[in-house]
Design a protein around this ligand. Structure first.
Ligand code: PXG
Length: 466
C-alpha cells in the first residue's frame, strides 16, 4: 500500500488529480492508455447550467451531465430531500414483503405522470438494469400466457439501451457487440429510421413508413408466434439524436398491434420533459406496454431507474405470475426515491414540461434553423430540448466527410476549448441541455456553437478536406 501522505482532496492540483486518475480509475467507454497519456478533465463543481473544472474554467453544459440533469445543478429541494432521507432511513430493501415510504410515494407519483395504461413500476438502479428487467419481464409474460416460444425481442441498429449483457444486446452498437460475444440469444436488429443517411431521395414521411415496414418484414421472417416485443428509443439519443419522421412510430404501433407484439419505449433519455411532453411516446403518438426510465427521474443527482409496467402485463404478472424471480438490492432505494419525488414535484411546480413544449423547444428550433444555414451543416434537427447538427463536406449534395478525419471530434475539441460541452457522434454534434435554460442562455449556447462551427470550418479548409 502506498502510505505517502496525500494533500487533502480539495487542495490537489489538476496534475495531481490526473496522475491519481490515470493510476487507478478505469473510465467507462474509454481508451485507457490514450486517456492516461492526455489526462482527464476534472470537473469540480456546478451551478444551474454551468460546470467548473479544476483549473477554474467555466463551461456551459449543453449535455445536462449525460442527458440527465434536467432541472439543472445545485437545486436545494433535491439536496434537502436526500439529506432528510439519509437521516431518517438511509437504506432499507423492498424484497421480503417490506417497503419504504419514499419508494411507495414515488411509485404513486410515477403512475400519475405517465400515460393512463401505467399503474405500476419496477425499480432498478439504472437504465441498463431497467432494460434487463424488460427482457426478463417480457419473456415471463409470454411464459404465463402459455406462449414461451415467443421470446425474440426486436431492436434496431445504432440503438443504445445500456451496457449490461442484456442492455448492450438490445442496443445496436456493433463496437459493443464485438466485445464479449453479444448479442445474447433471442435479440435481433432492424434498420434505424435515420432519414439523412438512409432516406435515399424519399420524403421524410415516405421513409418513415418504409423504415417501420422493416419491422413487419422481420416479424414475418422470424414468425410472429416467436416474437415477444419490439423496443426503441422514441428519439435515438446516444446514436446521434436521430429524430424519426412523424409517420414512423404510429406505423410501428399498428404493426405491433397487428401481430400482438409488446411495444417497449426506452424513455431513459426522452422521459421527464426532454421532448416537450412528459414522455417521448406522447410526442410521437404511440402507446407502449412497458417504458424504461432512469437519468431524468432524479435529474441525475443520485442513481435510479426502473420500468413502468402497463396494465396488459401487470394484470398477468400480478394475477397469475406467482413469484417474479428478479430484483436488485437498490430496487426502490429510499434516498434515490426521495430525490425522485422532489425532482418530479419541482418539474411540476415550475411547469418545465409545458415550458419546453411551448417556449424553450420552439426557441431552440429557431436557433437551429439559423445554424442550418452554416456551410458545415447538412441537417439541423431538434425536438424539445434535444438536437443534432450533421456536419457535411458538401452542403448542396449532403456529402459527408471521410470518417478518418474525425471532423466531429475536431469540433468537439473547439467546444471544450471555448467553454461548451457538446457531444460528437461521428460527425453529428448533439445537445440536450437542462430544461431550466433561459432565452439568454440559449442565445449564449447558440453563439458558442456557431463560433465552434466557424473554427471547425477554418480547420477543414486549412486541411483541404472540403
Ligand atoms: N437506455 C437509453 C436510451 C440510454 O440512453 C441507457 C438505456 C442505459 O442507462 P444507464 O443508466 O445504465 O447508463 C441509456 C444511457 C452517450 C451515453 O454517450 C448515453 C447513455 C449512457 C452513457 C453514454 O450519449 N445513455
Amino acid at each position: 500500500m502506498n502510505t505517502a501522505a496525500k494533500p487533502p482532496a480539495n487542495q490537489r492540483s489538476t496534475q495531481q488529480w490526473q496522475a491519481a486518475d490515470a493510476a487507478h480509475f478505469l473510465h467507462p467507454f474509454t481508451d485507457f492508455k490514450s486517456l492516461a497519456s492526455k489526462g482527464s478533465r476534472v470537473i469540480t463543481r456546478a451551478e444551474n447550467i454551468y460546470l467548473w473544472d479544476s483549473d477554474g474554467h467555466k463551461i456551459l453544459d449543453a449535455m445536462s451531465g449525460l442527458w440527465c440533469v434536467n432541472v439543472g445543478y445545485g437545486r436545494q429541494e433535491l439536496i434537502d430531500a436526500a439529506t432528510r432521507q439519509l437521516k431518517e432511513l438511509p437504506f432499507y430493501n423492498s424484497f421480503f414483503q417490506t417497503a419504504t415510504p419514499p419508494a411507495i410515494e414515488l411509485a404513486e407519483l410515477l403512475a400519475e405522470v405517465t400515460p393512463p395504461q401505467f399503474g405500476h413500476v419496477f425499480f432498478s438502479g439504472s437504465g441498463s438494469e431497467g432494460n434487463d428487467t424488460v427482457v426478463r419481464m417480457v419473456r415471463r409474460y409470454w411464459d404465463l400466457q402459455g406462449q414461451p416460444e415467443r421470446s425474440v425481442i426486436i431492436s434496431r441498429h445504432n440503438a443504445y439501451h445500456g451496457s449490461t449483457m442484456a442492455g448492450a444486446s438490445l442496443g445496436g452498437m456493433s463496437g459493443m457487440h464485438a466485445q464479449g460475444g453479444l448479442p445474447i440469444p433471442g435479440i435481433v436488429h432492424i434498420g434505424q429510421p435515420f432519414w439523412f443517411e438512409l432516406g435515399g431521395g424519399m420524403t421524410r414521411d415516405a421513409f418513415g413508413l418504409e423504415a417501420a415496414g422493416w419491422l413487419e418484414k422481420k416479424i414475418l421472417e422470424i414468425g410472429a408466434d416467436k416474437v415477444a416485443a419490439f423496443i426503441g428509443e422514441p428519439v435515438q439519443g446516444a446514436g446521434g439524436v436521430i429524430i424519426p419522421p412523424a409517420t414512423y412510430w404510429p406505423e410501428i404501433q399498428r404493426i405491433c398491434d397487428k401481430y400482438g407484439i409488446l411495444l417497449v419505449s426506452d424513455e431513459v433519455i426522452c422521459g421527464f420533459g426532454r421532448t416537450g411532453n412528459w414522455w417521448g411516446c406522447e410526442t410521437f403518438g404511440f402507446r407502449p406496454d412497458l417504458m424504461t426510465f432512469a437519468k431524468g427521474v432524479t435529474s441525475g443527482y443520485i442513481p435510479l431507474g426502473g420500468v413502468m409496467v402497463g396494465d396488459r402485463i401487470a394484470r398477468v404478472l400480478i394475477e397469475r405470475g406467482g413469484e417474479f424471480n428478479h430484483g436488485y438490492t437498490y430496487s426502490g432505494h429510499p434516498v434515490a426515491c426521495a430525490v425522485g419525488i422532489a425532482n418530479l414535484r419541482l418539474i411540476q411546480r415550475e411547469h418545465l414540461v409545458d415550458k419546453v413544449r411551448d417556449d424553450l423547444g420552439p426557441y431552440l428550433a429557431r436557433h437551429f434553423e439559423m445554424l442550418a444555414e452554416h456551410p458545415l451543416v447538412g441537417e439541423a434537427q431538434s425536438i424539445g430540448l434535444m438536437g443534432a447538427l450533421q456536419l457535411v463536406a458538401d452542403k448542396a449534395s449532403g456529402k459527408t466527410f471521410d470518417a478518418v478525419h474525425e471532423v466531429g471530434m475536431l469540433c468537439r475539441g473547439h467546444c471544450f476549448g471555448n467553454g461548451l460541452i457538446m457531444r460528437a457522434v461521428g460527425d453529428r454534434m448533439i445537445i440536450a441541455p437542462p430544461l431550466v435554460m433561459t432565452h439568454a442562455q440559449i442565445d449564449e449556447m447558440a453563439a458558442l456553437i456557431r463560433r465552434c462551427l466557424d473554427l471547425t470550418l477554418a480547420d477543414v479548409k486549412a486541411r483541404r478536406w472540403l
